[in-house]
Design a protein around this ligand. Structure first.
Ligand SMILES: NC(=O)C1=CN([C@@H]2O[C@H](COP(=O)(O)OP(=O)(O)OC[C@H]3O[C@@H](n4cnc5c(N)ncnc54)[C@H](O)[C@@H]3O)[C@@H](O)[C@H]2O)C=CC1
Ligand SMILES: CC(=O)C(=O)O
Length: 367
């Protein structure tokens, strides 16, 4: 099979979907791998390194898309890439359809099979292709939050750790999954007072068991969220209902309960965000202010630490890319319940229930 890896075109996206070790495994199995020239540069990987493991270096993205049966990417196809998608092709990447009607319509029209990293589910019930990027984004959320709490970045002028004689900051994390747990651990490590909320009590029991003393678990409901908003310097949005649009847990009206120039990092923005006032931003222009609250809503946070993120991502995507290439997408999806859960759109039809419900479309089985 011909596997194509285009250079990412999303703004400030420095990840690449395959590393030389992946090229080596695919070519050893008899596949052809096309890498767009410069695709690895943001992660410190040169064309020569790819070529040394058997890749064909291709000068432009149009050729990669035109020749490849299987496209492996990181971020959802951007509008400039939509004309390249064609019926019969399989595209394996993050899509986050529920947050983007236009993308959903473009993919439906193209006739491709869209296998979304973020809904692949393994036998343990976890989302193995989302987990490493959630680990990155969860840890980064505190680093970014600490920065935007600084006064020159419009924040409250609070040091997360405090100093002797001056108390540390208070951080609330809504959602205690992978992003939430990683955010809580880093914030607690810096000495902040941390509150972490979830609707899953078993998850809160686990968090309570493994986190340090300065992390307090709170059941997530409207009243408790509003109470946490009142004393938090930094709030992290980290909820997920797989495939679906994120629920709006904090309304614009709720912002009036927050401390002036508190910071919101809405990591869940890739699924639409869990603050009513969230809208997607970029690393180049990451924040904006609504009602005196600083909002940070970057949809590709791990893209900024491309080297760490590329290796963390490709460690988990390669085994699935190998299955798709070696068996062909049709058979690979039939034989793997995990891959089947990843098929969101196939040949012009939505095959993921949550995506179909978001847009009021019919959902058909993927096989
Ligand atoms: N902006 C970015 O660059 C990135 C965004 N993400 C996104 O972060 C979000 C979270 O991802 P993960 O932590 O991996 O998901 P996860 O599935 O591990 O955790 C989500 C948690 O939200 C909880 N939850 C659901 N409804 C809730 C409610 N009403 N109140 C409180 N908690 C609730 C769930 O019980 C679960 O524990 C996803 O949208 C993911 O795509 C992940 C990586 C990068
Ligand atoms: C999860 C995701 O969309 C990202 O890592 O960019």
């Amino acid at each position: 099979m011909i596997v194509g890896v285009p250079k990412e075109v999303k703004q400030d996206e420095y990840r690449v979907a395959m590393v030389p070790a992946g090229v080596e495994e695919l070519t050893r199995a008899g596949h052809t791998v096309l890498i767009q020239s410069g695709a690895g540069a943001g992660s410190g990987i040169s064309d020569d390194q790819y070529a040394a493991t058997g890749a064909q270096i291709v000068s432009n993205d149009a050729e990669v898309w035109a020749r490849a049966d299987l496209i492996v990417k990181v971020k959802e196809p951007m509008p400039s890439e939509w004309p390249h998608m064609r019926a019969g092709q399989t595209v394996f990447t993050y899509f986050h359809f529920a947050a983007d009607r236009h993308l959903t319509e473009a993919v439906l029209k193209s006739g491709i099979t869209a296998i979304a990293y973020e809904t692949i589910r393994d036998a343990k019930g976890t989302l193995p292709l989302l987990t490493p990027m959630s680990e990155v984004a969860g840890r980064m959320s505190i680093q970014e939050g600490a920065k935007y709490l600084e006064r020159p970045f419009d924040g409250r002028g609070i040091l997360l750790a405090g100093v002797p004689g001056v108390p540390p900051a208070t951080v609330s994390v809504i959602g205690a999954g992978v992003v939430g747990a990683n955010a809580a651990r880093v914030a607690a490590g810096l000495g902040a007072n941390v509150f972490i909320l979830d609707v899953n009590l078993d998850r809160l029991r686990y968090i309570d068991d493994v986190m340090p003393q300065n992390v307090t678990t709170v059941f997530s409901n409207r009243l408790n969220i509003r109470e946490c908003l009142q004393f938090s310097d930094l709030v992290i949005g980290a909820v997920l209902i797989p495939g679906a649009k994120a629920p709006n847990l904090v309304t614009r009206d709720d912002l009036k309960y927050m401390l002036p120039r508190a910071v919101v990092i809405d990591v869940a923005i890739d699924q639409g965000g869990c603050f009513e006032t969230s809208r997607p931003t970029t690393h180049a222009n990451p924040t904006y202010i609504v009602d005196d609250i600083v909002h940070y809503c970057v949809t590709n946070m791990p893209g900024a630490v491309g080297r760490t993120s590329t290796y963390a991502l490709t460690n988990v995507t390669l085994p699935y890319a190998m299955q798709l290439a070696s068996k062909g997408p049709e058979r690979a999806v039939k034989e793997s319940p995990a891959l089947l859960a990843g098929v969101n759109i196939k040949a012009g039809k939505v095959t993921n229930q949550a995506v179909a419900e978001t847009f009021g479309l019919e959902c058909v089985p993927a096989v």
